[in-house]
Design a protein around this ligand. Structure first.
Ligand code: 5GP
Ligand code: ZN
Length: 139
């Protein structure tokens, strides 16, 4: 696959400007151009992985470090008291840019953002059966 036209590859290569806030050898973080709240940041691996399902697990520590460093700084800069770290995988989940990225969204009490509408199972049995089905499919 040719990634030359990928917008986040272009940002990672410095060909398109971004409001950069954190950079290491493997990771880049910059502000989302269309924020859910001021300070909404994106964290990307510089390497091109279309979705989270393809990400090299070796990047785990770099990503966890970035969540902490970027998250603390975003919260301190905006006065937020919390944050959501989110990722969209595939179009049905709202993914638009197919160079995987995590959203860091600063939160404060009463900001009105509603990200996790809660549902319910009809029974504990239904829940257990689904857990069993998923457990059997974990590769
Ligand atoms: P997704 O829906 O794929 O998880 O999120 C893509 C995000 O990338 C969106 O929130 C969108 O605002 C942001 N975005 C798209 N293009 C650009 C860009 O060129 N620069 C920046 N900084 N953010 C972008
Ligand atoms: Zn890319």
């Amino acid at each position: 696959m040719d990634h030359s036209e990928c917008i986040f590859c272009k940002i990672a290569r410095g060909e398109i400007p971004c409001a950069k806030i954190y950079e290491t050898q493997n990771i880049l973080s910059f502000l989302d151009i269309s924020p859910s709240a001021p300070g909404h940041a994106l964290i990307i691996p510089k390497a091109h992985f279309p979705t989270v399902l393809e990400v090299d697990p070796a990047l785990g520590p770099d990503l966890i470090t970035a969540f902490g460093k970027v998250g603390r700084a975003v919260m301190a800069a905006t006065g937020a008291t919390g944050m959501n770290v989110m990722l969209n995988c595939n179009e049905s989940a709202g993914q638009v840019v197919f160079h995987t990225h995590w959203h860091v969204i600063p939160r404060i009490e009463g900001d009105g953002l509603r990200l996790w509408p809660g549902g319910k199972y009809d029974s504990m049995q239904e829940m257990s059966a689904l857990a069993e089905k998923i457990r059997a499919l974990v590769a």
